[in-house]
Design a protein around this ligand. Structure first.
Ligand code: GAL
Length: 704
């Protein structure tokens, strides 16, 4: 239920307003995309992760005044402060946090509280050692880090519920607490304890019902691993690498990974229930870790009002700009709505060694990139750099000295600019005609069996995503469960796990007029990670108009690929090749090498009212993906509206009759983009000619 929507609709309950309410509801039965993520008074939230408990009390007022001056209106607090709040079991100390919240309230600032369960107090570990997870060598984690908990431990779940309830009750009426972050960056350790094994066995029993179904689903006939009693099931060893890969059964490993995702979901669900009862007006979110492969964010996101994520692109500047953009599109895809940034690069990053510092303009550019992809709040990690502990070198907006210098001023600039933009941004989101399917089960299958050496799902997707990025096209990364009918073009690269129902959904999408692209390894396995018995690409054979009898990894070998239809140069097939026999599909790229000559590298097939493409190898050159995307967009009737220089990104947010174009220069040199003249630059407040000039790391937001 969309609470802000209800809040805004509250007046409709009064008799005089009923008519207005009904008309508005009829005009727009979809809630505004920013209804949950914007503040009630239409403000974009901007602020910092703040740890007042790390500094003398006397410093607080200075901090809050500086934040206020910077134009910040929100802070996140307390996600690691369990021991400050419950110094010994059942003794609660909320005064310090009350004081901080009151100070923030006096200065008009809101707060998000974290349930502080990511770090257990020392007393928890000492009194209840079973709350620490067990490593695969049978040793429990030693207390002294964080996220070392056993989510199968009933004791830990109970203690976590208690502190969550105590906080929810205590802060229920605190006026400036607007919402909660559950725990912190879920992705706890795999727990090899006895409790975890029993939890896993119970989960399997609930999932499969009978041992017969269980044995079939895991293919336990192989190597005589048939299970005759649920209690015989052990935690599989899913850690192997290289040629031999895992030592455990792949079906067991897939379920073990599903189970590990689910226990995080369950742990969060316990907290969500308590928080919702505490104050139904609060929003609940969680700070996701982008492309982290261990938890299904679709599952974890289910109970949340919206998701947030922690964005540290300076860690890998070379894969910027693509990675942060692709991740943002997945974050928006988790709940198919706008999201928040809960932590973001504020300075050099690292624990032992640190990265370069964000260059002038880079902190601002990173923020605008996320705003452009649907981030409706911007929170920097962290306010002031810690003088103690592991993160002394993970720098905040202020250095160790606490002075408001260049990085602070740049964040303040962003905050003040956001104030000018927010009226235009409210009610807008990214509306994409192109989607890429992003599937956690495929990730988990590949984690045990990559298939060919060096294979990686995120990279398999990025090949296509990056070409769409270069073409300036908005993309949604979506779950395979999402309805595809709103999209013109759907890319489903490397979808190893393809249950029949999902294959049928892709077929229906094409038959009803969609353009589909899929590629190597798609449809190899079913939902149990068992190989399908059909000749590849299985159920997709007819719609793709091809058959694949053989395939192999190329190791160091590569093959030249030619095309009259798609690209001018000879390109190289690397890593892997399907021996694709075209049946009714047209060959769009081919080989001329001895045994590969009869086979196609790329095919295109008109099926029903749509078109289905298949790419049967990995191309070495990015240019292949650029040419291919051009053709796919043309087939799908998706307009290419901008010609972008290298390293410049374009994204569009729209809604409520408004359309905002974001241009972001990821280069440290100037760039310019040709546009239709007469558009308004919202940051500079001027009407533009036929070119937008962008300085190093420059950004433009244009009313289109
Ligand atoms: C994040 C985490 C923060 C902080 C930061 C820097 O992943 O949520 O608490 O640890 O990394 O290491």
């Amino acid at each position: 239920m969309n609470k802000s929507f209800l809040r805004r609709g509250f007046l409709w309950l009064c008799p005089g307003f009923v008519l207005i309410g009904t008309v508005a509801a009829q005009q727009n039965d979809r809630p505004s995309p920013t209804a949950d993520t914007f503040s009630r008074d239409g403000q974009l939230y901007v602020g910092v992760d703040y740890y007042p408990e790390h500094w003398p009390k006397e410093r607080r007022e200075t901090d809050v005044l500086l934040m206020k001056e910077a134009g910040f209106n929100v802070v996140r607090l307390a996600e690691f402060s369990w021991v400050w709040l419950e110094p010994s079991e059942g003794t609660y100390r909320f005064e310090w946090l009350d004081e901080v919240l009151a100070l923030l309230e006096r200065h008009g600032m809101k707060a998000i509280l974290g349930t502080p369960t990511a770090v257990m107090p020392a007393w928890v570990a000492r009194k209840y050692p079973e709350t620490l997870a067990m490593q695969s060598n049978g040793q429990r984690y030693t207390w002294g880090s964080r996220k070392d908990y056993s989510l199968s431990s009933g004791t830990y779940r109970l203690l976590s519920e208690r502190i969550t309830r105590a906080m929810a009750e205590h802060f229920a009426e605190t006026p400036n607490v607007i919402g909660w972050q559950t725990d912190n960056e879920f992705a706890g350790p795999q727990d090899f304890s006895e409790t975890s094994r029993i939890d896993f066995q119970d989960w399997l029993r609930r999932k499969y019902g009978t041992l017969e179904t269980f044995n079939q689903s895991w293919g336990t006939h192989f190597w005589g691993h048939i299970i005759r009693d649920w209690a015989e099931i052990t935690i599989p060893d899913c850690t192997g690498e290289g040629m031999w890969g895992i030592s455990g059964n792949p079906s067991a490993c897939l379920d073990w990974r599903r189970f590990n995702s689910w226990i995080n979901y369950r742990f969060q669900a316990d907290q969500v229930k308590i928080l919702r009862a505490g104050n139904p007006d609060w929003f609940i979110t969680h700070n996701l870790m982008g492309l982290n492969p261990t938890i299904s964010y679709y599952e974890l996101g289910r109970d949340l009002d919206f998701v947030s994520w922690d964005n540290y692109p300076v860690l890998s500047r070379s894969s910027q700009p693509y990675a942060a953009s692709m991740t943002a599109d997945l974050m928006r895809g988790v709940k198919q709505k706008n999201f928040w940034i809960m932590e973001q690069t504020a300075g050099p990053l690292g624990w032992g060694i640190f990265t370069d510092t964000p260059m002038p303009g880079e902190i601002r550019k990173i923020s605008y990139q996320q705003l452009a992809h649907g981030a409706d709040a911007q929170i920097w990690f962290r306010w002031r750099t810690a003088t103690a502990g592991r993160e002394q070198y993970w720098h905040g907006l202020l250095g160790h000295d606490g002075r408001p210098l260049r990085r602070y001023r740049e964040a303040a600039q962003v905050a003040h600019e956001y104030r000018r933009l927010e009226k235009m941004l409210e009610g807008t989101t990214v509306e994409a005609e192109v989607a890429i399917i992003y599937d956690y089960e495929t990730i988990w299958s590949l984690a045990s069996q990559p298939g060919y050496a060096g294979n990686n799902y995120a990279r398999a997707i990025a090949r296509y995503y990056n070409a769409l990025f270069r073409a300036g096209i908005n993309v949604d990364l979506i779950s395979p469960e999402v309805d595809l009918s709103g999209y013109k073009l759907v890319l489903a690269p490397h979808l190893v796990i393809l249950p029949d129902a999902r294959a049928r959904k892709l077929i229906a999408f094409v038959e009803q007029g969609g353009v589909l692209l899929t590629d190597i390894r798609t449809g190899v396995k079913d939902e149990n990670n068992l190989a399908h018995e059909r000749t590849l690409p299985g159920l997709l054979s007819d719609v793709l108009g091809i058959e694949i009898e053989e395939y192999g990894a190329l190791d160091d070998r590569s093959y030249p690929v030619f095309s009259e239809e798609l690209f001018p140069d000879t390109l190289a097939a690397i890593h892997y090749v399907d021996w694709v026999t075209p049946k009714s599909a047209a060959v769009m790229a081919r080989y001329d090498q001895w045994h590969l000559e009869p086979f196609a590298a790329v095919t295109r097939h008109e099926a029903g009212r749509g078109i289905a493409w298949y790419v049967g190898t990995v191309f070495q050159e990015d240019s292949f993906y650029d040419h291919l995307i051009d053709r796919l967009l043309e087939d799908a009737g998706v307009e290419r509206w901008v010609d972008l220089p290298e390293g410049v990104e374009a994204s569009i947010r729209q809604g409520d009759g408004r359309k905002l174009v974001f241009l972001i220069n990821h280069n440290e040199t100037e760039a310019s983009v040709a546009i239709e003249p007469g558009k308004r630059d919202l940051l500079e407040g001027e009407v533009l000619g036929d070119r937008v000039m962008l300085g190093p790391y420059g950004v433009a937001v244009i009313a289109w």
